[in-house]
Design a protein around this ligand. Structure first.
Ligand code: COA
Length: 338
């Protein structure tokens, strides 16, 4: 392809992919590990099962992400060497160094691509859409692979002490290829990236006694596990989600019904249903898959996108709003003209 000039560029989503580890963790499996019930979990979260990567057998986050990226490349009819850049949205890289994106570049043979990770917890993929889009729209790159991949189950305490958190999270990966196009109307219509530093205490993974917030006694047994204040996060999400939709619509001068699809981070079915009802949206416009995959952190938005693409529910000409919130606290949106 001859790359379009800077002034006349748009951005399109050229291909998507996703991958889930084979091992299923059903609510019945959790009942065998901790004091909980299928009814409690389904009623509070909508989750029936999630997937768990076998990290000890080499099924690490970059392995999941590489599977997703290979699919996305196939869907886009591209080769790994066509990629200029790989951005890995993850909060669970194998190691502090190298990044997940570098490991994926090696795994798929993307020898020309630059690569780096972007950590914004569950908001990572949506933030990454905004970053990758603007790098292409500005003319710096033509073809970027954006990964959303996480293996947060390795930070879960599967005992009664961890039951408020361990029921929610699952592992997975998704990928999207973003490319320059010569139609400047295509790409992002409105976007946002937000954070609230003081909110970090609502979801964190302590590693040492000094990591605990002031007022919380350090607990050596909690180190290495996600510590989440579920009811605070719930209130934050239920309040933030509708405001985020309103803010994004306002920036684009559009109404809720003008959007063809809302592709949302799968945090909790109750939070998603509340937003859907507030805006009077039909079920078909706000996809929910949390019952089958749980909350897959940075992977949840690209897994939803890929499912919708493969179901034939995403078409050129549509307006699609991507939304996410998560640890940090962070939240953001990316409204696309496909
Ligand atoms: N099974 C059974 N009982 C459980 C349980 C489980 N898995 N987890 C917690 N409980 C118990 C608690 O111990 C507590 O018991 P108590 O009243 O005797 O003390 C009771 O249920 C209520 O706990 P609470 O934490 O207030 O429950 P909740 O109604 O807030 O539901 C969440 C917990 C985590 C499901 C809910 O807060 C939530 O969904 N929060 C948002 C989380 C989220 O979206 N995180 C991702 C952000 S990206």
């Amino acid at each position: 392809m001859t790359a379009p000039g800077r002034a006349s560029r748009g951005v399109r989503i050229a291909g998507t992919g996703s991958y889930l580890p084979e091992q299923r963790l059903t609510n019945a499996d959790l009942v065998a590990m901790m004091d909980t019930t299928d009814e409690w979990i389904v009623q509070r979260t909508g989750i029936r099962e999630r997937r768990r990567a076998r990290i000890d057998q080499g099924e690490s986050v970059s392995v999941l992400a590489a599977h997703a990226l290979r699919q996305a490349l196939d869907a886009a009819h591209l080769r790994p060497d066509d990629l200029d850049l790989i951005i890995g949205a993850t909060m669970t890289p194998e190691m502090e160094c190298p990044t997940c994106a570098c490991l994926v570049a090696e795994a798929v043979g993307a020898s020309r691509a630059g690569a780096f990770d972007l950590n914004a917890a569950c908001s990572g993929f949506v933030f990454g859409l905004n970053v990758a889009h603007d790098l292409i729209r500005g003319g710096a790159y033509n073809t970027i692979a954006l990964l959303g991949a996480d293996t947060l189950t390795r930070h879960m305490n599967y005992s009664t002490a961890g039951r408020g958190t361990a029921i929610i999270f699952g592992d997975g990966a998704g990928a999207a290829i973003l490319r320059a196009t010569d139609d400047p109307a295509l790409g992002i219509l409105a976007q946002s990236i937000h954070a609230s530093g003081p909110g970090w205490k609502d979801i964190y993974i302590p590693h040492r006694p000094t990591d605990f917030p002031s007022g919380t006694p350090p607990d050596a047994n909690a180190c290495g596990y996600v510590s989440m204040n579920g009811s605070s996060v719930f209130k934050f999400a239920v309040g933030t989600f509708p405001k985020l939709i309103e803010e994004t619509l306002h920036k684009a001068n559009l109404g809720p019904a003008d959007i063809d699809l809302y592709i949302c981070h799968q945090s909790n079915a109750r939070i998603l249903t509340a937003a859907r009802e507030k805006f009077g949206l039909p079920e078909s416009k706000l996809h929910i898959n949390i019952d089958r995959v749980g909350n897959t952190v940075g992977a949840s938005v690209p897994i939803c996108l890929d499912e919708l693409v493969r179901d034939g529910r995403v078409h050129p000409g549509m307006k699609v709003m991507f939304l996410a919130f998560g640890g940090g606290l962070t939240w953001g949106s990316s409204l696309w003209q496909l």
